[in-house]
Write a protein that binds this ligand. Sequence first.
Ligand code: IFM
Length: 454
Amino acid sequence: MAGFPRGFLWGAATSAYQIEGSPLADGAGPSNWHLFTHEKGRTPNGENGDVACDHYRRWREDVGLMRDLGLQAYRFSLSWSRIIPAGVGAVNAAGLDFYDRMVDRLMASGIQPVPTLFHWDLPAALDERGGWRNRDSADWFADYAGVVFGRLGDRVDLWATLNEPWVVVDAGYVHGVHPPGLKDLAAAPLVTHNLLRAHGQAVRCFRAQARGRIGIVVNLEPKDPATDSPADLAATRRADAYMNRQYLDPLLLGRYPLEMAEIYGADWPDFPPDDFALIGQPVDFIGLNYYTRSVNRHDPAAAPVGASPVRQPGALYTELGWEVHPASLLRVLTWIKDRYGNPPVYITENGAAFVDPEPDADGRIADVLRVDYLRSHLLAAREAIEAGVDLRGYMAWSLLDNFEWACGFAKRFGLYRVDPVTQDRTLKDSGRFYREVIGSNGAILEEDPGRYLP
Ligand code: IFM
């Protein structure tokens, strides 16, 4: 097959706190990330999202950049605390207007908007009420979702409820490196469950109120054992359950994996059986964020699953320490097909942070490692389609260099370089390459496999 199937959707992704800046503008309330990044020691050099890519003010220009790139879709997230500053109650019209205008402009530019309702920035007022530990959080989220569907639901076709709930729990409530900064193993299963209930309530609300398609975005990583020892095999099985099956099993099979009780012991709750009907109601697609695989060895000190990653000699790693392993994208896509009955899937994020060369005399940024990363993963995606996976689209992470959460601004994933001082945007070679991929519906991958490589 040359190229990708007709109608395959090509896009790029960002999220609100990572790019918008102006977090308190026009009546917005503070988010948990706003407060967290202003606490001492949370990010390198105290970096935060106060300015980020200044997208809140430069969004028109940024939509122009998307058009220049030939994007057919733009995945972005909505800031809940811009729309409902206290998390519940009064709606801030200016916050909703911001997204409303952007959706209109995207559509007028021929770019399909793909909003995510929650990409980690929770209104701070809700954190004070226990955040996702509070069972009421599912109702708070549904009310917020209803407000958004009421405003944008007439035009937007493709929605995601949550981005990467696993990271919310693991980084925020288990390892304490994201807000609310807790290391509270007992809270983790409750938070997971409430996030899934919140997703379910938003889907229910969507079906009652809007047209179009809705799904959820999960980040998955195939888990391989470092050796065949029973301890490594068992640790790898737990790691796989914790990251890969803990979310998709309840969503698509109506139950948690058995390993969860093994992992959490006495802290694993008996959840009300009715919750599973809510969590498991049909979605229209699964959003897959894929970056890497991991190789695991048994490590009793590594809570909660007792597994630690092992670096592979000779392998290439990104600046986030993630092994470049495109074959595992094919594996994870075929795994979803086989385990969950071949649901429609969009790759909602894929990309890599590398140290980019400075612009050359002509202003060109030859980010060959990222070009190669994108190429190899796109080839894996196409192989998955050939193997029968119902893959509908691909969104590169990220449109812009941006605020990489607890890692600050140093880790850059953008197709466009963003100058940290001037905010100037410059298309990297990876962006040029991706533009040609989109323009040829993927045919360029075969026609000119060395394109943009030395
Ligand atoms: O930047 C993040 C994004 O917010 C969620 N998925 C992974 C990306 C890279 O770490």
